[in-house]
Unconditional design. Structure first.
Ligand code: ZN
Length: 218
């Protein structure tokens, strides 16, 4: 994806924030999914409440994605690496940095800052739960956002490109082998292997009978 593609909606810490055209699709899907979920979990509410809450939680979810990207961006800026843009698109967010980091340590810290930001925000939403009326509107929203941020943080630690874990792996190999090219190759292969594994596990689960199907079925 090209940097600075999409609609510019503002800037944060001097970094232009863009919404890619594909983002509107996922925003609509998540809003509908959330509203439907609230409707089934809390049948006592009025219809507009489901939709208002669905839209609000969807916006807060994408604000959480921006928060994750800001984690990467602020550490990059600390190393004097300019951040060109933060873009939200169909599968999440992307902080575009102007150049590659100078060292394995910089790469490691920039990569891990996103998942750390998400996990901290997950704890933040968890922390406000006791302050909200149990099973109420805001309580349900905070619980969902807490879960979403934990998933965002942990899922990104999967050690293969294009996840943050791929960059973390590259930084570790780069540091251990003192070779950036070898490290990039290993992190790319790890990403491909993980993708194949996910496809195979998925097929196995669909075909059924295996332990994965049982696991997925709870
Ligand atoms: Zn990230």
């Amino acid at each position: 994806m090209q940097p600075r593609s999409g609609i510019r909606v503002g800037s944060i810490f001097g970094i232009p924030l863009y919404l890619h055209s594909t983002w509107f699709i996922i925003f609509a899907l998540i809003t509908v999914m959330l509203s439907t979920q609230f409707q089934s979990q809390h049948p006592g509410w009025a219809t507009p409440q489901y939709w208002i809450l669905g839209i609000a939680v969807s916006i807060l979810f994408f604000a959480s994605v921006v928060f994750h990207e800001l984690g990467h961006s602020l550490i990059a800026m600390k190393y004097k690496i300019p951040v060109v843009s933060i873009t939200l698109f169909i599968i999440g967010g992307l902080a575009q940095i102007a150049r590659e980091p100078d060292s394995a340590k910089q790469e490691f810290n920039i990569a891990i800052a996103g998942p750390i930001a998400s996990i901290l925000l997950g704890f933040g939403f968890l922390g406000v739960l006791p302050l909200l009326p149990h099973e109420g509107l805001f309580w349900a929203a905070a619980l969902l956002l807490s879960e979403a941020n934990f998933i965002l943080g942990i899922f990104n630690l999967i050690p293969g490109f294009p996840m943050d874990g791929g960059r973390i792996l590259r930084a570790i190999v780069w540091w251990a082998k003192r070779d950036y090219t070898v490290a990039t190759r290993i992190a790319s292969r790890s990403g491909q292997t993980l993708a194949y594994m996910m496809i195979i596990l998925g097929l196995w689960a669909v075909v059924g009978g295996g332990p994965v199907a049982q696991f997925l079925g709870g």
